[in-house]
Design a binder for this molecule. Sequence first.
Ligand SMILES: Cc1cc2nc3c(=O)[nH]c(=O)nc-3n(C[C@H](O)[C@H](O)[C@H](O)COP(=O)(O)O)c2cc1C
Length: 185
Amino acid sequence: MDLKTAILSRRTVHEFSGESVPQDLIEEALNLALWAPNHKLTYPWMFYLIGRETQMKLVELAVEIKAASPKPPSEVMLGALRQKLSNIPQMVAIGCKKVDDNFQQREDYATVACGVQNASLYLHEQGYASKWSTGGFTRNKKTYEILGVDSAQIDIVGFMFVGKGSPPPKKQERPALESVMVRVP
Ligand SMILES: Cc1cc2nc3c(=O)[nH]c(=O)nc-3n(C[C@H](O)[C@H](O)[C@H](O)COP(=O)(O)O)c2cc1C
């Protein structure tokens, strides 16, 4: 797959088949994340490869959070959420090291985001889908406890869910370039 095709055809996948992802493939994808541009070479990333035992704790946390929401879903819906999250073949928590300098923090987050895109494009090219999620449990303080991550040191900026799956049928759109591009003489 050439790069342009990979960029244009990569889509976020929300439902995974459950088929496992080879660990060496995940590691290669994360290794490619490290080749993102990184101002001042601060190396801000941390990746937490989540095993099954921890994933199940996170799934229960996600269900707990949903059940405690102002409009809690039915037991059936909670069961469906449990199933959907359990089915994710590989969760990776994405961390960004915290620094006192606001400008560097912003630049470090940019590096992490570029890294995630490197990883997801590579996974896509290899036939695996991914989703960057900042939903529900991914930002909860209990997630830090479950992962053993010190929130004073690391900001969990999201999770990557990786596996086999088809993107939703809804057609993706992007704004026309002319609407966001200004030629400045
Ligand atoms: C920082 C970030 C956080 C995201 N968090 C979520 C999320 O919590 N839930 C979700 O369904 N999609 C999430 N996404 C995926 C976007 O919804 C998705 O990229 C967007 O719909 C465009 O679709 P595409 O990735 O297929 O082009 C996130 C994407 C980014 C970059």
